[in-house]
Design a protein around this ligand. Structure first.
Ligand code: SF4
Ligand SMILES: [Zn+2]
Length: 128
């Protein structure tokens, strides 16, 4: 049976993921504009694809609202290619977020400090 996807952006119980989605959107927009990608509306095709992918991952996150930041995740549901793309975006946009979106930026740093949960029956991955 397919897993149910929750429309979390309109449900207050999912406030953390909704905030994380806003953070990712702000970072991808900053990156797209900062690199002057052509045909932005407001994102270019590649950045729009990356944002849609990140949105789907967030909607289906096995941890729900208890999720860690994806960088600290013990599961890593992103494909290798998308994981590298979002890593590049976040590395570039992270420092710039503090000026443009200070509140989202502070929450992102705080979430990053939370211990990463593991799924039942799965031992945590060893640090690389
Ligand atoms: S990488 Fe981990 S925390 Fe991020 S959406 Fe996937 S399962 Fe959830
Ligand atoms: Zn772009």
């Amino acid at each position: 049976m397919p897993r149910q996807v929750v429309a979390f952006t309109t449900d207050k119980r999912f406030v953390r993921r909704a905030r994380e989605l806003r953070t990712i959107e702000a970072m991808v927009r900053l990156y797209c504009r900062g690199h002057d990608h052509p045909q932005r509306k407001p994102l270019c095709t590649d950045c729009a694809e990356l944002f849609e992918y990140a949105t789907r991952r967030l909607e289906r996150c096995v941890f729900g609202d208890a999720k860690p930041t994806c960088a600290n995740c013990t599961v890593h549901c992103y494909s290798a290619q998308m994981r590298e793309q979002i890593r590049v975006v976040m590395q570039w946009a992270g420092p710039r977020m503090l000026l443009r979106h200070p509140i989202l930026s502070i929450f992102h740093v705080l979430y990053g400090r939370r211990p990463a949960p593991t799924l039942p029956g799965k031992p945590p991955k060893r640090a690389e």
